[in-house]
Design a protein around this ligand. Sequence first.
Ligand code: HAM
Length: 421
Amino acid sequence: MNISKQKGTKDIYSDDILIWQFIEENIRKIAKKFNVGEIRTPVFEATELYMRGVGDETDIVSKEMYTFLDKGDRSITLRPELTAGVVRSYIENGMNSLPQPLKLWYIGNMYRYEKMQKGRYREFAQFGTEIFGSASYLADAETILVSSTLLKEIGLSDDIVLSINSIGCSECRKKYIGILREYLKPRIDNMCDSCKVRYNKNILRIIDCKEEKCNHELKDAPYITDNLCDDCKEDFSNLQNVLTNLKVEYVIDKKIVRGLDYYNKTVYEYISKDLGIAVGGGGRYDGLVSTLGGPNTPAVGFALGMDRLVLLLKEKNILEKIKNNVDIYFALFGDTAHLIGNNLMQTLRNEKNIYVIDGDISNKSPKAQLKYASSKNAKFVCIIGQDEIDKNICIIKNMETGIQENINLNSENIIKYIDNN
Ligand code: HAM
C-alpha cells in the first residue's frame, strides 16, 4: 500500500510554490525596509514553555499540542506558535543587552492538532514579527504597519479588515472580570459547555464565543474596552491616532480577546472578508518575558497565517502576474547543437541574468521540445540543429506571433534580438 501524507499536512509545489515564494520575497523586502532582523528557533521546545507561556487553560495548549516523550523521557512539544519560542530565545541569549527596542521577524511551520476545515491545517506556516523593549503604543503601531504593508504589497488590503481592541492592563482587567462575572452569573447555565468551563478558568474568552445561545446571553454584556483605566484608555486612543495618521484602515471590535493568555492592552486581528476567518493576529504581551524568567520587558508582535494568505491569493488569480515565464528556450537537436547551445545559455545567463533561460537536456524530438517550451510560456525559442550549425545561424521563433527569423549564431546577436523584441 502507498504511504499518504498525514491529515492536515500538504505538499507545496508547482504553481502553489510560486505564490509562497511571492509572499516570502515580499516579507524579506519589507522586513529589511523596517530594519527588522530575522530569527530562527527550533521546531520543538520543552512542553513547559507553552504551558507557562501560552497558558495551560487555552485551547492551543489543552487540546491541540503535538506532545511526546523523547528517548530521554523529556516532554517535548512541536511548536504550536512562535512567540513563546522567540521569548525563550530572547531570555536565553541575553538579547536584553542588545540595543532596544529589538525587532525580530520569523517564518516557519507550526503544529496544532485541529479539526480540519478550509484554511485550517495541522501543519501550517506563520510569518511573524516581535518587538521587545518598547512599552509605547508606537511599537504596537509599528507591528500593525509591518503586517498591513505586507498585505498591501501582495495585493490583499481590500480583502482583509483590521480589527483592533484593548484588553487593558492587569489592573483594569481584574476589575472588569469582576463586573463580567456578576453579569454572567444568572446567565451561565443557559450557555454552551465550553463557556461553562471558561466561566471558572478563562472568563474573558466567553466574550468571543460564536454559539448562538451564548451570543443571545451576551447581548448586553459589558466590554473591557468600556472599562479601561485612564492609562490604558489613553494608550488605545493614541494608537488609533497613529493609525489614522498613517492612513491604516481599522475598525474597533470590542469582542476581540484573543485565544492566547499572554496578551495585555492592544490586541488585533486581520479578518478575511471572504473566508470569514482570521489571517493574522497579534498584540502586546508585556508580562511574558518575566513570566518565562527574564527581566521585565514590554513586548508586542503579530503572526500572519501564510497558508491562508496563499488561499486568498489563489482566489485572486495572482499566478498570471507572478509566473516565472521562460524568456528564451533553446531547442537543440544533436550532440554538437547541445554543446554549442549549452555554451550560449551559460553566456546569456552570465551576461544577462535578468533573463529566464531554459533548454533541452533530454534529447527530445523537435515537436516535443516546442511543446515543452510552450508549456513553460517561453517568449522565444532558439532552434539549433546541424543545418543551422553548418550555416552558422540559429532560428529564433517568437512564440506569440509565430514569426521566425534566422540570425547569426553568437550570444551578442541573440541578446540584441531579445532586447529589441
Ligand atoms: P494565532 O492567532 O494563534 O496567534 O495565529 C496567528 C495566525 O496563524 C492566525 O490568524 C491564522 O491565520 C494562522 N493559523 C493559526 N492556526 C492555524 C491553522 N490551524 N491552520 C492555518 N493557519 C492557522 C499566534 O500564533 C500568536 N503567536 C501571534 C502573535 C505574535 N502574538 C504576538 N506575537
